[in-house]
Design a protein around this ligand. Sequence first.
Ligand SMILES: NC(=O)C1=CN([C@@H]2O[C@H](COP(=O)(O)OP(=O)(O)OC[C@H]3O[C@@H](n4cnc5c(N)ncnc54)[C@H](OP(=O)(O)O)[C@@H]3O)[C@@H](O)[C@H]2O)C=CC1
Ligand SMILES: O=C(O)CCC(=O)C(=O)O
Length: 446
Amino acid sequence: MSRDSLLEEFMEEVEARNPGEPEFLQALRHVARDTITIEKAHAEYARARVLARLAKPDRMVEFRVTWQDDDHRIRVNRGWRVQHSNAIGPYKGGLRFHPSVTPSILKFLAFEQTFKNALTGLPLGGGKGGSDFDPRGHSDAEIMRFCQAFMMQLTPFIGPDRDVPAGDINVGTREIGWLFAAYKAQANEFTGVLTGKGRSFGGSAVRVEATGWGLVYFTQAMLAVQGEDIEGKRIAISGKGNVATHAAEKAIACGARVITLSDTSGTLIAPDGLTFEDVAWVRACKEAGSDISEPPRTCNAKYHDGNNPWEQEVDIALPCATQNEIDGPMAQALVDGGTRYLAEGANMPLADEAVATIAKANITRAPGKASNAGGVAVSGLEMSQNSRRRFATPEEVDADLKDIMRTIHARIADEGRDDDRIDYSRGANVASFRRVADAIASMGAI
Ligand SMILES: NC(=O)C1=CN([C@@H]2O[C@H](COP(=O)(O)OP(=O)(O)OC[C@H]3O[C@@H](n4cnc5c(N)ncnc54)[C@H](OP(=O)(O)O)[C@@H]3O)[C@@H](O)[C@H]2O)C=CC1
Ligand SMILES: O=C(O)CCC(=O)C(=O)O
């Protein structure tokens, strides 16, 4: 049977079992396409039915989150935790609070997380969770009460050796503090049950910066293969959150010119490059819950309506906002603008049509499960620091982060090398699949 026939047979069954879950099926298909023949060729993997097992999360809990707003009215949201796989370590992955959150989105994120975490080389399984709660328009007190109510429901399912959540969209250090306090009060124990904590109560240095910085370290490794350097390169970045702003700052510090940042309303375009002060203002907008439509007079950028930062002439694109943010026409705009490298800061930021357009144009593309793994890698280091009860310095953590990103690059480049080009996506899927599959195949039928 050809690879395509094997894939279609496999996907047909999975699609029948997961109707109405397009994001989950999209992520699954990418991984299955690269690994289905590996499973077939490896008797132990085939016997263990690794792909069929990974096509279903170990467990998924859904709960009601009931909380009270400032007017004492009862509000009701939905919450979930998807525990995808603990084959190589406790479930690990972020929490997202956003009105777009659905079971399909959390299942795709948890699925990707299992493979990403395997690439870090650390003992971390994969999970993801969140709620359809929209923090926009709510007071700080309301967001705090929501976090407390959410953790009331989540507490029985997590623990430092069971499942260790962290932040994701709209869940930053502040929310982790409120979630941690609620867990601590209910469980009556102080453990490293969450990562991304404040430094004063067990958080790791550099966790806040790690995803964006790691993305730049990975990009530098990709460029080095071609004998190039990030200095002087023009970079388009989407998003205005944690990943986008820290990637922007690190890129500027390395001598690159960051031409864009964006949010759901519009895009900042700075033909000569944003400054550190500009990025700090963008971060302040995110923290204040405001948009970026009115940059200060000192800002190097002009604001444009519409969230499309991809029409500029740049060397490198770093999508750092959300899944499927780049569609086919946006990808074509990147091609037309001369982009040669794309590294994903967000999880699955390219729609299928965009993946095909970027591949056809021979743009070197790093998949999020590799290029944005720096965040969860430092989360893994935070877990170790919590267990040892000893903390590393920012310099030590940054050195470890660099080392992890370079090692991920080297492993997946090795796995994805094809004559004179590297298919980083295939490399990442195959390298992570082997690690998870080896563990699953060693554990019998459970
Ligand atoms: N935080 C982390 O450590 C990690 C995050 N990621 C991934 O990175 C991505 C960003 O996460 P993070 O930075 O933490 O989230 P944040 O909540 O800090 O920021 C997300 C930002 O993205 C903006 N945004 C959403 N959709 C779009 C869009 N279509 N176009 C432009 N901007 C958009 C939002 O704008 P607005 O303010 O208008 O809503 C928001 O400001 C997600 O895919 C996440 O899963 C991956 C690895 C680790
Ligand atoms: O640090 C973590 O555990 C989660 C990071 C995350 O959610 C991600 O990598 O997408």
